[in-house]
Design a protein around this ligand. Structure first.
Ligand code: UD1
Ligand code: CA
Length: 451
């Protein structure tokens, strides 16, 4: 039986007090909706439908890369009505799984368990037990412990409100049955909404199997309804990522001061000091040492790389045994070949720094290709920009660039060339030779300071 997933995301999310649709808020650097879609995709469904509404009318434009079928729900008449909007796009032979765009950390494992442990021809409910069930639909059971209905809090009696077993909202049922049952649901309730949860009592009457699976980690089914729930869920998510990394053998100095905002892989035996932020697609090899206050975004680091405090690395490839920082800024399209070094107050952009080459202090390297064993003196600047165009600088293997050199691009320095300190290089500096552009030092006879 083919599986289709319907994600409900039409709510306005008024309580978020925000100008962007609720499900566009980010958790761990990824929008809530995208997280749910990613989890849904991992179940390999035939199709994913996302029901969106006025409050989130920019969703399809905001997330054009999502491979989903967008379904517009004109008016938010309730969860039952929302699911109904998706049914014309679902075949009668399909099994439907309903997820929520604002329940972003539900795991694929729990969903698989729900699908595996409940009948394909019946209704499967994901439930959990909460010390404080306030706000949730309660699971009502008979004397034999069979589910008979879900009662929304606003419609519940006092006794029903005391029930701690709650509806997570996540449910699976055959499309054919949903098509038959949802039109029979009424909105005669406290909120005048068409409740998806009313399907349960109907399914029991109709003699369908109605089974529940309990999510033992109730954190997974936490929803985001207000800004504080988002903040606390973010912290929960970050703790989980830190825990995973720690158990995999990564040394974390303080899990409360590590943020993972994307798709990150860190190899065991690497150390992450406090206030490290890893963002986007980041890969860090074994035995690296990432110092405090380091931001690494969309970059790949090899093995034994040392990144010292307060460095920012973005869009770079850093090979084995390199050293970066403290206070270095390694920008897009930088490649640091193995054993190379970028020291304090050095900025690089679109630059290849060859093996064993060093730019240890106070330097800007942009649009440069630098060979092996090159020493870039303190204060060296590649003047790559003429106000309109960017020009390249090429430095051969073994070259020595004296301190405070301006390399006015386009320009080339040959192999083993030496450039004297304080030179402004505008033409090629030939291989093996000393090039010096500095004016000769002289003493002005009889010069007096003005008084
Ligand atoms: C719902 C369940 C409740 C459950 C809780 C879990 C119903 C009637 N109640 O309550 O039993 O304990 O979730 O969090 O289903 N939505 C639409 N279109 C609509 C209405 C809602 O897309 O017309 C979406 C919302 O964007 C949201 C989700 O459906 O993502 C849930 O809707 P909401 O109104 O928040 O339901 P709850 O009152 O939380
Ligand atoms: Ca809700």
């Amino acid at each position: 039986m083919a599986l289709s997933i319907v994600i409900l995301a039409a709510g306005k999310g008024k309580r978020m007090v925000s100008s962007i649709p609720k499900v566009m808020h980010q958790l761990g650097g990824v929008s809530l909706l995208e997280r749910v879609v990613q989890t849904a995709e991992s179940l390999k469904p035939k199709k994913i439908h996302v029901v969106y509404g006025n409050g989130g009318s920019k969703l399809p434009e905001s997330l054009p890369h999502l491979n989903v079928n967008w379904i517009f729900q004109k008016e938010q008449l309730g969860t039952g009505h929302a699911v109904q909007q998706a049914l014309p796009a679902c075949g009668d032979d399909e099994r439907i799984l309903v997820l929520y765009g604002d329940v972003p950390v539900i795991s694929a494992q729990t969903l698989r368990q729900l699908l595996d442990e409940t009948s394909k021809n019946g209704v499967g409910l994901l439930v959990t037990n909460l010390e404080d069930p306030t706000g949730f639909g309660r699971i009502v059971r008979d004397h034999n412990d069979n589910i008979v209905a879900i009662i929304e809090e606003k419609d519940a009696t006092r006794t029903q409100r005391a029930i701690k077993e709650i509806n997570t909202g996540i449910v699976t049922a055959p499309a054919k049955y949903l098509k038959n049952c949802l039109p029979r649901i009424s909105n005669h309730n406290a909120q005048n909404e068409f409740y998806l949860t009313d399907m349960i009592a109907l399914a029991v009457e109709d003699g369908l199997s109605v089974r529940s699976v309990t999510a033992h980690n109730s954190n997974e089914v936490r929803g985001v309804n207000d800004p504080w729930q988002l903040v606390t869920l973010e912290r929960y998510y970050q703790t989980e990522r830190a825990r995973e990394l720690a158990y995999s053998g990564v040394t974390i100095m303080d899990p409360a001061r590590l943020d993972i905002r994307g798709n990150v892989s860190v190899t065991p035996s690497t150390k992450l000091d406090v206030n490290v932020i890893l963002e986007g697609a980041v890969k860090i090899g074994a035995n690296c040492d990432i110092g405090p206050n380091v931001v690494i975004k969309n970059s790949t680091l090899g093995e034994r790389v040392k990144v010292f405090a307060n460095s920012v690395i973005e869009g770079a490839v850093i090979e084995d045994d390199c050293e970066v920082g403290p206070f270095a800024r390694v920008r897009a399209e930088t490649i640091l070949k193995s054993h190379s070094k970028v020291g304090n107050f050095v900025e690089t952009k679109k630059t290849i720094l060859g093996e064993h080459s060093k730019a240890s202090h106070l330097t800007y390297l942009g649009d440069a290709v630098i060979g092996k064993n090159v020493n870039i003196g303190a204060g060296t600047i590649t003047c790559n920009y003429d106000g309109v165009n960017k020009w390249p600088t090429k430095i051969g293997d073994g070259a020595f660039i004296g301190s405070n050199t301006s390399l006015i691009a386009p320009v080339e320095v040959g192999e083993n060339a030496t450039v004297a300190a304080s030179s402004a290089i505008t033409k090629s500096a030939p291989a093996e030779q000393l090039t010096i552009t500095r004016a000769k030092q002289m003493v002005v006879p009889g010069w007096k300071r003005p008084r």
